[in-house]
Design a protein around this ligand. Structure first.
Ligand SMILES: [Zn+2]
Length: 472
């Protein structure tokens, strides 16, 4: 596609340059892109016909907005859900929040044909925001086990945090409704559990990998539940396939709505900024569409954090969904009116139509990712200083896999394009393609059409000779 675009644009570009130069708009004309060498030099990329994306997409009409609102209003009715508030009072405090979520998930589990398992994870954590003392905390997880014996050890997580906070993060008495931050994310996680466990119960075959729907505590005291979830998943022996954090996803307050939800992913530490989180973000955008997802290439909003962060820092695929433009009078504010401005994170500000879209897009991304084969491993790029790029990779046996897509992109492009298809692991020679002008990756494709996240190729390092005493 790039090749074709370049050559067509190249020819017309030159003609345009001449035409515009003659008509006096030379400032624009001189900036017309000069023609680049065609790659591959002969022939065209062989994009073989690979299976279409899996049928049975989660339908927007199946999202139960009423139930989502119902859960959010129940959580708000707990008064405060600060992690330092009461765990035992059934009517006020974070324990009340835990009970409402567990009750709703147990209800959903009943209609899942016994497939969905609800777990309360109790743990202690300490931070500045627990006054340096070990604070007992609880998170609620619902687990939908994968059907494939190998892939069931891979888990895809969707998470929201059910703790909330007033202006003072240590104040256990003040009201902290926390409708948007983050009962909204919890409602996305819980609704995804309903949408996906129902499909599994209907004999649709379930999902190959395990899906975990989390509602966690301790976020406002320092991402305590996020760190714990990562530790818990490791203790259970899971590989993290992907972690979708939904935090402040309930409103679309900017003028001109509706807008796309933002999806944050960090750069990681590689030269080409292809962190696992970035690959997960690209996969989600491809599944849900550019009209639904606004990719933001940074780990989080400026100077802020969320529960995907511990996963990201551990080098795992983790991303954050957040509404298009936040209203700070509704976040982290003790409810009050000041100078005619009403502060507080109330359910009345939510936009359920937007929130329902976010739930649909999370559920569909989880569905396709959990249906996919494992990503390839050990993806490598060799062939430097030769005319041909060579992409190699490995993969475990998987009878449900159709093959692999070899992906490439211009170094300045944000998204992958499919270059070629290979039916088995090994090496593909990209004839006449420079190693230097593109980035490369490989992903697995199931016979069902589901794609894994991409595994970017690592380059063969060819360190130049250095002067004596210089550091590599
Ligand atoms: Zn939050």
């Amino acid at each position: 596609m790039n090749r074709r675009r370049n050559s067509v644009f190249g020819v017309f570009g030159m003609l345009l340059a001449v035409a515009f130069a003659g008509s006096g708009t030379s400032a624009f004309a001189q900036r017309v892109v000069p023609r680049d060498p065609a790659e591959p030099q002969q022939g065209r990329p062989q994009t073989a016909k690979t299976p279409a994306r899996p049928a049975g997409a989660v339908a927007r009409k199946d999202v139960d907005e009423k139930a989502m609102r119902g859960l959010i209003e129940q959580l708000v009715a707990c008064g405060t859900r600060l992690s330092l508030s009461s765990w035992s009072d059934p009517k006020r405090g974070i324990g009340c929040g835990r009970d409402r979520i567990a009750a709703r998930l147990n209800e959903i589990a009943k209609s899942s044909g016994g497939k969905l398992q609800v777990v309360i994870d109790k743990f202690d954590a300490t931070s500045e925001r627990t006054s340096g003392k070990a604070l007992p905390l609880e998170s609620v997880y619902a687990i939908l086990p994968g059907t494939d014996p190998k892939l069931a050890k891979t888990v895809f997580i969707v998470s929201g945090h059910y703790d909330s906070r007033p202006s003072n993060v240590m104040d256990t008495e003040a009201e902290a409704p926390g409708a948007d931050d983050d009962a909204s994310g919890v409602s996305v996680s819980v609704e995804s559990a309903r949408l996906l466990s129902k499909a599994g119960a209907n004999g649709a075959g379930g999902y190959r990998a395990t899906i975990l729907f989390a509602a966690i505590s301790g976020e406002e005291q320092g991402l305590l539940g996020g760190y714990r979830l990562l530790e818990w998943a490791k203790q259970q022996g899971y590989t993290i396939g992907g972690m979708l954090d939904d935090d402040i996803v309930g409103d679309d307050p900017a003028a001109g709505a509706s807008h796309r939800v933002r999806l944050f992913s960090g750069n990681g530490e590689s030269d080409d900024c292809d962190s696992p989180g970035r690959e997960l973000a690209r996969a989600i955008e491809e599944i849900d569409g550019r009209e639904a997802i606004r990719l933001i290439f940074r780990v989080d909003r400026y100077g802020r954090g969320g529960d995907h962060y511990p996963f990201y820092k551990a080098g795992l695929p983790a991303v954050r969904f957040t509404e298009p433009l936040e209203d700070y009078t509704h976040q982290h504010q003790t409810p009050r009116t000041e100078n005619g401005i009403e502060y507080g994170d109330f359910a009345k500000y939510l936009n359920l139509s937007f929130l329902g879209d976010v739930a649909r897009d999370n559920a569909e991304a989880l569905r396709q990712l959990a249906l996919a084969p494992a990503p390839p491993t050990n993806a490598k790029l060799t062939g430097a200083m030769t005319p041909d790029a060579k992409v190699s990779w490995a993969a475990e046996d998987d009878p449900e896999r159709a093959g692999f897509e070899i992906l490439w992109r211009e170094t300045t492009e944000p998204r992958w394009e499919v270059y070629d298809f290979a039916s088995s692991a090994g090496e593909t020679v990209l004839k006449g393609v420079s190693t230097d002008n593109h980035f490369f990756a490989v992903r697995s494709v199931g016979k069902n059409g589901a794609r894994s996240i991409a595994a970017p190729t690592e380059m063969e390092r060819r360190p130049p000779p250095l002067p004596a005493g210089a550091k590599q």
